[in-house]
Design a binder for this molecule. Structure first.
Ligand code: ADP
Ligand code: MG
Ligand code: MG
Length: 208
């Protein structure tokens, strides 16, 4: 079982839809421990990605992801723009010229993207950022390489949700929320939440 280029495009379109619908939810989370713009940022960025997709939809997966990353870099401000931009640009490297991916290739693609986020943002697991959710996803996928691609993604969505909720009791050590010190405890991290939504969309697209 593989994920096709068409499903990758559907993933990005679905993400745009989800970030539109969840804009207020993400912004409300960011109002608690940030500057109330995360939903706005994600919606603005993925709206631009959706506009751009028709011009690259017939290209290979690497080109589609790279274009997505460049578009996010240039359209989202704040911390999350460069981080998600880097994620997609770096994830493109190993999937250039590919039209479909098996589970191992998809896992490598995501790992490369997350390595980019960590190199750029220097966050460690437990710092209460999107890295916590990505770490849950990768750990899950790495232990489930011998099941079908859809089942592996489905299991990783469950672990992503756990990791996202796991940010609630943590004190933030990176980004704006870290300025609040102990007052950041008790709130779910906005970026950990947008990563959960983005990855859920990948699972949904792979089922189509
Ligand atoms: P800003 O904080 O600049 O307004 P956003 O509100 O769009 O940007 O994004 C905030 C999210 O970015 C946080 O919830 C956190 O998950 C993530 N984030 C911030 N700094 C880092 C970092 N250094 N590494 C990883 N993720 C980070
Ligand atoms: Mg913000
Ligand atoms: Mg901001």
């Amino acid at each position: 079982m593989t994920i096709t280029k068409q499903q990758i495009v559907q993933w990005l379109e679905l993400s745009a839809e989800i970030f539109k619908n969840e804009q207020d939810f993400l912004t409300d989370l960011d109002r608690e421990i940030g500057d109330a713009d995360h939903g706005l940022n994600m919606n603005r960025g993925f709206k631009k990605v959706k506009e751009k997709l028709p011009s690259v939809a017939d290209k290979d997966i690497g080109t589609i992801l790279k274009t997505t990353g460049m578009t996010l870099l240039s359209s989202i401000g704040g911390a999350s723009g460069p981080l998600y931009g880097t994620f997609f640009i770096r994830s493109a490297a190993s999937v250039m010229a590919k039209e479909e991916l098996n589970l191992a290739e998809l896992t490598k693609m995501l790992q490369d993207g997350v390595d980019g986020i960590v190199q750029r943002g220097k966050a460690e697991v437990g710092d209460k950022t999107m890295v916590d959710t990505w770490n849950g996803i990768l750990a899950s996928l790495n232990t489930n390489q011998d099941i079908t691609l859809y089942d592996a993604l489905d299991g990783a969505v469950t672990d992503a949700e756990k990791a996202m909720k796991g940010t609630i009791p943590l004190q933030a050590r990176k980004g704006r929320a870290s300025y609040l010190g102990e007052r950041s405890i008790g709130h779910q991290d906005p970026g950990a939440t947008s990563t959960y939504l983005l990855f859920s969309a990948l699972r949904s697209a792979s089922a189509q």
